[in-house]
Design a protein around this ligand. Structure first.
Ligand code: PGA
Ligand code: ZN
Length: 424
């Protein structure tokens, strides 16, 4: 039973205020969780409650902390193991469609802290509590090498240039390959006089003259790491096209071109022909469903097409996307949905549709590793938490390493089985 819920202001990886929730149970257990924050957010996401005004650029969270005080009186005495009941109560107490009254940040921190408390009171690691005896796989990591888009002052248009190592024999080997690639990319950037620090998620700052230059550099880094692009290592992109596209026009900052939906699809199709790309996220803007449908129809047979801004971790949107063929995969971010129960519903809807399911961090993160456990415990198959530097990223990768180790020879790596397309 919940005896106390307390909120506190802590700071995220961009030095911005965020909300931590701490739950105490009658059995003596305490547990906590921290809300992350996005920069390239979808318009359908749960709303983050920020104070506005001038303090900390208007980003302070004292209103969200008041929400937690209000939530506390309504949760005291409840059984922390009844996640669905508690989440339902949070949604009802908020009373808005987009969680704007209490704030998605207050709600997600509370919902995750309740989950952490329930697992702790059961005496189990969170992933095992969630799996509840069902088989799980270690997730295929999607790891950023170059940042971009809204995470790098729009220096290049594409937000994430990532690698995936589906041919690795284990999660830990996938990270070993990734480490070599990240190291090789850094050496290449240095040699080219382009090493200028890292972007928000820890990928190298994208000092490139074109998006294609970043792709070429990524190919060279994979080869320099002694790995075979396409066979062993695939490229994964988050275009985050809602950031530069609307009403069917896409304005590319780097080359000053403006593309329509068809030209955008053709450009990405050209990249798919030229590079071993296994996955593309948000290839079109969130208001371009028809573009998504056309893109998936053309390339969904050989490429994972992920909806992030388009689907905002919403089960109904995922089901509709499957029915209309708009994507073949869904990104799963708890703070887009609001609660753990809704997050799981979106993942279940994706699984039902045969989608790839990728549990994902935000660009503003913390030491909280709840999502690493969600990716394993819910057997999502894939995990995306940014790059291979900065400890708010590494904390998640390292947590999965510990889980994999704890399973010993029973650990199964998802690898190719995580991807939703048949031909390769
Ligand atoms: P965000 O970026 O957290 O800034 O939204 C992550 C993503 O777009 O996947
Ligand atoms: Zn995205």
């Amino acid at each position: 039973r919940i005896t106390r819920l307390q909120g506190r202001r802590v700071w995220d990886s961009r030095g911005r205020p965020t909300v931590e929730a701490e739950v105490a149970l009658a059995c003596g257990v305490t547990a906590r969780a921290i809300a992350p924050a996005g920069a390239s957010t979808g318009s359908g996401e749960a709303l983050e409650l920020r104070d506005g005004g001038t303090r900390f650029g208007g980003l302070d969270v004292t209103k969200a902390l008041s929400s937690i005080r209000e939530i506390a009186s309504s949760l005291e005495g409840l059984d922390a193991r009844d996640q669905a009941g508690i989440d339902e109560r949070l949604v009802a107490l908020d009373g808005t469609a987009n969680r704007s009254r209490l704030g998605g940040n207050a709600i997600v921190a509370t919902s995750m802290a309740v989950l952490q408390a329930a697992a702790a009171s059961a005496g189990e690691p969170l992933w095992r509590y969630l799996a509840d005896g069902r088989p799980v796989r270690m997730p295929l990591p999607e790891v950023q090498i170059f940042g971009g888009g809204a995470h790098a002052a729009r220096r290049v248009d594409v937000q994430d240039f990532m690698v995936m190592c589906p041919a690795a024999g284990s999660f830990s080997e996938a990270l070993e390959w990734t480490a070599e690639i990240y190291l090789a990319a850094g050496a290449l950037m240095k040699k080219a006089g382009k090493l200028q620090g890292v972007a928000d998620e820890g990928g190298y700052w994208p000092a490139f003259d074109s998006n294609e230059q970043a792709l070429d550099m990524l190919m060279r880094a994979i080869a320099d790491a002694g790995l075979r692009p396409g066979e062993q290592v695939g490229i994964s992109l988050d275009i985050a096209a809602s950031e530069f596209g609307r009403d069917g026009r896409y304005v590319l900052a780097l080359d000053g071109r403006s593309l329509d939906t068809g030209e955008m699809i053709a450009m990405l199709g050209g990249w798919l022909d030229a590079y071993p790309i296994l996955s593309i996220e948000d290839p079109l803007a969130e208001d371009d469903q028809d573009g998504f449908r056309r893109f998936t129809e053309a390339y969904g047979g050989r490429c994972q097409v992920i909806g992030d801004d388009l689907l905002v971790t919403n089960a109904a949107r995922v089901a509709a996307s499957a029915a209309e063929g708009c994507t073949n995969a869904v990104l799963i971010k708890p703070n887009q949905a609001g609660t753990i129960t809704e997050t799981h519903a979106a993942l279940a809807a994706g699984r039902q549709a045969g989608f790839g399911t990728i549990v994902s961090a935000r660009s503003g993160e913390t030491e909280d590793v709840t999502i690493a456990h969600l990716s394993v415990g819910w057997d999502a198959g894939q995990l995306k938490v940014g790059s291979f530097s900065r400890s708010e990223r590494m904390a998640k990768w390292n947590e999965v390493l510990r889980i994999e180790e704890s399973l010993g020879r029973d650990a199964v790596f998802s690898g190719w089985s995580a991807l939703p397309f048949k031909d390769r």
